[in-house]
Design a protein around this ligand. Structure first.
Ligand SMILES: [Zn+2]
Length: 397
């Protein structure tokens, strides 16, 4: 998504990569032996990139709107995870496969996947067909501080890496990982050039918890997890300054959500290298105040979109998240919205060869049958599914 659509265009690919782009006539002349696949009256876009999801939670249903994120964790996420046995290898594999099937059906060919059970999810992802950056998730705070080493070792394990799977790490959030844990993850990412992500400023109460160990997250640690310990370091200044102090903003860290951000914090983010991933339908589900994504884009911050998991989004249909943005911001040119699900999302997860139709890049495409002269807008204003999906040149749907 770096230029306007090419009318009557064609693309040649082999061995999973794009060889040439141009007019069908010129391409036929230059590549006379190629097999021709006609996408018909369609627009062919780069395969979409869902920059923030949790495939292992694809079997969980989100239920009614919660009063608060901590409430949702306590009453929806933790009980459903326990009830469905979602941590066994088979359950994780099944959930990941269900998530992958959804992604392909909705035209998503790459994901930034957060995985607490990465020792089970990575074997399910390493042979494709989806491209995944698997961020191994670490939660280790208070009385669970001692779990850090074991969880970090699992998160940083690259033994499943393949052409389809890249390993990254994610200290979960400022209310589940202490500064020392964040520092270890950042040092690992820097030393090994690895993708790094964290959930940040998802709720207003994150700042309260950091500063005074009070509010719903403290309640969750005491009543939901029963593992609180007063030795957790405090930080006054909110999660965005917390991230800056730790050095997370001097690295291309993926910051999931950033739903709460004042003017000064916006300026701090604009001076850093981190990307923000906004999850529109999940954001709406939790009833957060309007997200400042347009101002972020205007300040030069890389903003991508993601769905988050099926535990907070109706499904993994990333185009429906774009449709919501189109309704919220009708004045935004559709091209700029699509960039957030392609080039910007690829940049956020650190996959330079996807999200774009360019010679040498991965042959990942999604086609939508369109009838108007403004297909990028038409897809956002009609309830249509992809008419074709290709990953690495292989047609999957
Ligand atoms: Zn998430």
């Amino acid at each position: 998504m770096t230029g306007a659509p090419i009318r009557d265009g064609g693309v040649v690919f082999s061995a999973g990569r794009i060889d040439a782009i141009g007019s069908p006539k010129d391409l036929r002349r230059a590549y006379p032996d190629s097999v021709i696949e006609d996408a018909g009256d369609s627009i062919v876009l780069p395969g979409l990139v869902n920059a923030h999801t949790h495939l292992e939670l694809s079997q969980i249903r989100r239920g009614d709107r919660p009063i608060h994120l901590a409430d949702w964790i306590e009453k929806t996420l933790l009980p459903q995870t326990a009830r469905t046995g979602a941590v066994t290898p088979e359950a994780v594999r099944e959930a990941v496969h269900a998530g992958v099937r959804q992604c392909i059906a909705f035209g998503v060919t790459s994901v930034g996947d957060i995985s607490k059970q990465c020792m089970h999810s990575r074997p399910a992802l390493r042979d494709g067909p989806l491209r995944a950056v698997s961020y191994g998730e670490i939660q280790a705070m208070a009385q669970r501080r001692g779990l850090f080493e074991e969880r970090f070792a699992a998160a940083a394990d690259t033994s499943c890496e393949s052409d389809w799977l890249r390993v990254g790490v994610t200290p979960h959030a400022p209310y589940t990982v202490e500064p020392e844990g964040y520092a270890r993850c950042l040092a690992f990412a820097k030393a090994n050039d690895r993708p790094l992500a964290t959930h940040l400023a998802e709720t207003a109460e994150e700042a309260t918890f950091l500063a005074s160990h009070s509010g719903p997250f403290r309640h969750l640690w005491e009543a939901g997890v029963n593992a609180w310990d007063d030795a957790v370091p405090r930080f006054a200044g909110g999660p965005i300054r917390f991230a800056r102090e730790l050095g997370l903003l001097d690295y291309p860290t993926l910051l999931a959500h950033v739903n709460y951000c004042d003017d000064e914090e916006l300026a701090i983010l604009a001076r850093g290298k981190a990307s923000v991933v906004y999850c529109p339908r999940t954001h709406e589900f939790f009833g957060h105040p309007p997200h400042r994504w347009r101002e972020m884009l205007g300040r030069g911050i890389n903003v991508a979109i993601g769905t988050d998991s099926c535990a907070s989004s109706p499904d993994l249909n990333l185009v429906d998240d774009l449709r919501l943005l189109h309704r919220l911001a009708a004045e935004m040119p559709p091209m700029q919205l699509w960039e957030m699900a392609t080039t910007r999302a690829a940049r956020a997860v650190g996959l330079p060869d996807v999200g774009v139709i360019r010679t040498g890049c991965g042959a990942d495409f999604v086609a939508f049958a369109c009838r108007s002269d403004d297909p990028l807008r038409e897809i956002l204003e009609r309830d249509i599914l992809p008419s074709g999906v290709w990953v690495g040149g292989r047609k999957l749907g």
